[in-house]
Design a protein around this ligand. Sequence first.
Ligand code: DGL
Length: 281
Amino acid sequence: MAKIGVFDSGYGGLTILDSIRRVLPEYDYLYLGDNARAPYGTHSFEVIYRYTLQAVNFLFEQGCTLVILACNTASAKALRTIQQHDLPRIKDKKVNVLGVIRPTVESVPSITKTGHVGILATPATVSSESYVLELEKIANELRVTQLACPMWVPLIEAGEHNSPGADYFVDKYLRAILDQDPLIDTLVLGCTHYPLLLKKIESFLQNYAITKSQTHRITPISQGSLVASSLAEYLVRHPEYASQLSLNGSCRYLTTENADRFSQSASLFLSAPVFAEHIDL
Ligand code: DGL
């Protein structure tokens, strides 16, 4: 029987895993964080693709038939090449890889009222233009502004996201994107790490609305529940995958970094005990 693999460069994918397990608690999961090589968001296409493919192949070898790239950077840079080039070469097993960008984009048109949308993401995701292109396909009347936030992932990977120092960078990037387009009412957190900064983001947005006497409310969009319901629908549409999955409600955590360090941080992020294992890719 097969498991569902959930992959991220580090801790960010835990925000997706958590939501998926709330919606689909019955399945068995294998989480892999490539913490030793995070952040991915400042790497080139070649490096992100190579690292992501290594992780996906590893998860297939461990018995996963479906792998969720719980990482926008990997979804933006590597997903299409893996789907078109690498998956067709796997002959003996039916496997698939799914990303997080499409389910996120699909939620945007029904949330925005001003039609002005902001995308906050890693430098690699922003330069891929994936969000802009995907939004154009489904709602080309929207005005989309993107901003790379290169300091947010390193702060989270270092466990500094609740520190006063993080306020400076939350303030800096949010102010920058809202100055570029003051009519933005929908802010996509286009990196799975960013929900770990959500409290600080919400508190900035509240104060900003007051100081600017804003008439519209700004909604930050986290991806967890969107990806979870999209996976649930996928499994209904693809019973050939659903019927292969084992149903013990378990989750194993793997990291390419130190297992104790991962366990400690992941337990904090998930508010539940995590016992991770170290692996090499
Ligand atoms: N969580 C990844 C994402 O969604 C983080 C990227 C990184 O490692 O820079 O893009």
